[in-house]
Design a protein around this ligand. Structure first.
Ligand SMILES: NC(=O)c1ccc[n+]([C@@H]2O[C@H](COP(=O)([O-])OP(=O)(O)OC[C@H]3O[C@@H](n4cnc5c(N)ncnc54)[C@H](O)[C@@H]3O)[C@@H](O)[C@H]2O)c1
Length: 385
């Protein structure tokens, strides 16, 4: 067993990230030290079935455990589920000394974060991520949010976890699509923040075994470095940290439209972001930023990851463009009805706009034309430049 620690620094806020391989025993010993009167484990049914046994019985030796589990999928991040979790926790005896444990991917992680933030105006939160997205992205953040009926992450707050505990052995059971999802986010960090790591990333992707502990730990450390390099100056991710939204404007729109069509069977969050980066790279080139070589680099990485490079089947361009209009970055930069606020790159690792607000207005017509260009045409062609 190896066991490492990294300090997450978000502005003046700090919390430890412990990670290793085959280290569940050590994780539980550490959580036992919180002196909780109850553990409220927020998870989903898949994670519970696959990995519940590695956590719950041993955790129960230290305090009563309440498991709040729901069918997996982004639909879990909804107000009725939040209300039900809060009511159940209170009815079963939760107090201010209870600890909420987010056990799963970014979805139960986000729901658990809002539960912890609201319960008695804030109780302790611990993350045990089980997906690459959660491990490499969502737990390195104070943002806790659920979805509204019309868009992702519209309802939420900020809440600082006590700690994050990752055993990469839990990631072994991820299916390819989910494994790729966090690797797409790690790729985003290289393209938008740490272009000096792109050659190493290409080597790692070329190796092929994306699920090996050493590959996952390399990608984790890379993600920690990239994310913290921007969030240590911007804990609420409302200024310099918005660079992390690269690929998310079109990505979120595609994710939400695809979800309506296919539910959990559809495109994963990270894959949607990778697709969104293909659009953002083309927009960056169209407005005088990235070169065609940079755009090709995006395409090459998307292919290496096996991520979708065209608009998912059955999605209309109009629906995707409408979802872009509802994107929650509008509030950060005043834009007209005919524009979207987007992260656009001047060069790899360097956004347009200012260092403190890496967003620029992009005409909706250009967004629409770009997304339409990434649709498989009737000859089966894709990736038009
Ligand atoms: N700053 C933030 O808070 C932030 C950042 C990035 C993403 N997010 C959010 O995270 C969510 C996406 O996270 P996700 O991709 O982890 O989704 P997820 O939590 O839905 O997990 C994806 C699927 O993997 C399954 N799964 C989880 N762990 C598994 C394991 N070890 N083995 C096998 N299957 C497993 C789940 O049951 C689910 O079906 C989105 O809602 C997104 O908005 C938030």
């Amino acid at each position: 067993m190896n066991w490492n620690t990294h300090t997450i620094a978000l502005g003046g806020t700090r919390y430890p990230y412990f990670y290793g391989h085959e280290c569940m025993g050590r994780i539980i010993d550490s959580i036992a030290g919180y002196d909780a009167d109850r553990f409220i484990v927020v998870t989903d049914d898949n994670v519970l079935a696959l990995h519940g046994e590695s956590l719950l019985p041993r955790l129960g030796e230290h305090a009563p455990v309440q498991v709040l589990s729901l069918p997996a999928g982004d639909g879990m991040k909804a107000l009725p589920n939040l209300a039900a979790h809060l009511e159940q926790a209170i009815a079963s005896g939760a107090t201010r000394r209870s600890v909420v444990i987010a056990f799963g991917g970014g979805v139960p992680g986000n729901l658990a974060g809002v539960v912890a933030a609201l319960l008695f105006r804030g109780v302790r939160l611990v993350h045990i991520p089980t997906t690459t997205v959660a491990a490499m992205d969502s737990v390195i953040s104070l943002k806790q949010a659920i979805n509204s009926g019309s868009g992702k992450n519209h309802i939420g707050t900020y809440h600082t976890p006590e700690a994050v505990y990752l055993d990469v052995a839990l990631l072994r059971t991820l299916e390819g699509k989910q494994l790729r999802s966090g690797l797409c986010e790690a790729t985003k960090n290289c393209l938008a923040i740490r272009p000096q790591s792109i050659s190493d990333l290409r080597r790692v992707l070329a190796d092929g075994d994306l699920a090996s502990p050493s590959t996952l730990l390399w990608l984790l450390e890379e993600s920690l470095e990239a994310k913290i390099s921007v969030t240590e100056r911007d804990r609420y991710e409302q200024k310099a940290g918005l660079i992390l939204e690269y690929g998310h404007t079109v990505g979120h729109a595609v994710e939400i439209c695809d979800q309506r069509l296919r539910g959990a069977e559809g495109i994963s969050h990270g894959e949607a972001v990778m697709f969104g980066m293909l659009a953002a790279a083309r927009i960056s080139a169209a407005v005088g930023g990235l070169t065609q070589d940079d755009v090709s680099m995006h395409d090459e990485l998307a292919y290496a990851l096996g991520a979708p490079v065209t608009v998912p089947d059955g999605l209309s361009i109009a629906d995707v463009v409408n979802a872009v209009r509802l994107d929650n970055k509008r509030g950060y930069l005043p834009v007209s009805a005919g524009e979207a606020a987007m992260v656009v790159l001047d060069e790899l690792g360097k956004p347009m706009g200012s260092r403190d607000l890496p967003l620029v207005p992009v005409p909706m017509d250009l967004v629409e034309e770009t997304v339409a260009g990434l649709r498989v045409d009737r000859h089966g062609l894709s990736l038009q430049h």
